[in-house]
Design a protein around this ligand. Structure first.
Ligand SMILES: Nc1nc2c(ncn2[C@@H]2O[C@H](COP(=O)(O)OP(=O)(O)OP(=O)(O)O)[C@@H](O)[C@H]2O)c(=O)[nH]1
Ligand SMILES: [Mg+2]
Ligand SMILES: [Zn+2]
Length: 350
């Protein structure tokens, strides 16, 4: 038996369920997504679920269940079920599906915090941190930066310097799985019943960190399979585990390229230091590129705003703008397509 409140079930989710036409059936939380089924944590234990036709058909890929979703299911046999509904999502971490212009891919839903994990070797990249941070803040998820492998040689001064323009947006932790005292502050930061998703490149130590937080081997990491001679182990699915003193941790496979799925290019000025300067621009609708009297460009020239930060701001803003306009176009196209097919159905019926 599971107590689902440990997995984040609460009154507002209960209220959401009351709006489902299947409100009298059972509910559970998707803990892992496999190729052909879903692992769902329910009051009665783990249930392997498939999708019912009404969930599968007529929904865009993005709306199919992802790890962290709360779903309603019809049980059959022992520990098997059919998902008949997905409760409305909140705080879903998405990214742009690679190879597309404006398709969203859901990484995890109903998450309170997202840990951006980077290792203090060649993987450390301020630009990548900014990219994750923008997407996380857009969903009103609380970001934190976890810098792993602090047992390796690195300059803490240089790292802090390079992060100072975003340090006010999120706490930064330096951790090493070799020193338990560096894990403790991260564990304290996770409140009871909170869901945390871990994101970052492959090999930075996401699964190792989750193991350290749980003080047991929940997930295989590169190290373990190396010793068994099976080569490098890399996580292949998004999977949820419970930390003993509260907290629901969601591990994800390494992400090579994290494309923004952002609807709000305007918000970027606030996230970066840009909006402080922008208040003094000559034109109210200044885009901070080549307008006369642009206080942002002036700040770059005077060295008050770092050139790299400014360039990164422009780049992410352009990407967000591109995504949001193509998504808007796509919605318009889908709507007119739906109209045409409705029309076609009517003509057929006549
Ligand atoms: N020196 C050192 N090595 C670490 C630390 N954390 C993890 N590692 C090593 O880094 C390698 C990768 O760790 P994983 O936890 O598998 O990395 P991951 O981010 O889960 O990788 P993917 O599952 O591929 O996304 C392993 O060999 C770990 O032992 C650390 O704090 N210090
Ligand atoms: Mg892993
Ligand atoms: Zn300007």
């Amino acid at each position: 038996m599971n107590n689902l409140s440990l997995y984040g079930w609460n009154d507002s989710l209960f209220q959401l369920k009351q709006t489902s036409q299947y409100k009298d059936l059972f509910h559970g939380r998707v803990s892992a997504v496999n190729k052909t089924n879903y692992e769902v944590i329910t009051e009665g234990g783990l249930v392997l679920c498939e999708l019912s036709g009404n969930v599968l058909y007529g929904r865009p890929l993005f709306e199919l269940p992802c790890t962290g979703d709360w779903i309603v299911f019809q049980p059959f046999d022992d520990n098997k079920g059919v998902i008949v509904d997905v409760l409305p999502r909140k705080h879903t971490l998405c990214r742009r599906k690679s190879g597309t212009i404006s398709d969203r891919q859901a990484i995890a839903s109903h998450v309170d915090k997202a840990f951006i994990v980077q290792s203090l070797d060649a993987n450390f990249s301020v630009r990548r941190t900014e990219r994750f941070m923008v997407q996380i803040l857009e969903e009103n998820i609380q970001p934190a930066l976890i810098l792993t492998k602090s047992d390796l040689e690195f300059s803490r001064y240089q790292v802090n310097e390079s992060l100072k323009h975003i340090a006010s947006q999120m706490p930064i932790f330096f951790t090493s799985i070799l020193s338990p005292e560096t894990i403790l502050p991260v564990r304290k930061f996770i409140k009871h019943g909170e869901s945390i998703v871990f994101v970052g490149s492959s090999g930075v130590g996401k699964s190792s960190l989750i193991n350290a937080l749980c003080e047991r081997t929940v997930f295989l990491t590169a190290e373990i399979s190396k010793s068994s001679g099976k080569g490098r182990h890399t996580s292949t699915r998004r999977e949820m585990v419970l930390m003993e003193d509260g907290g629901i941790l969601i591990d994800t496979p390494g992400i090579r390229e994290f494309g923004l799925a952002s609807d709000n290019p305007e918000a970027l000025a606030d996230i970066f230091d840009v909006s402080d300067f922008a208040e003094s621009c000559h034109f109210e609708n200044c885009t901070h590129v080549e307008e006369p009297g642009c206080a942002v460009v002036k700040a770059v020239k005077n060295g008050l705003l770092e050139q790299e930060v400014y360039s990164s701001y422009l780049k992410l803003r352009k990407e967000s703008w591109h995504f949001s306009t193509s998504e808007h176009e796509k919605r318009k196209r889908d709507k007119s397509f739906a109209r045409i097919s409705d029309e076609a159905k009517r003509i057929k019926k006549r």
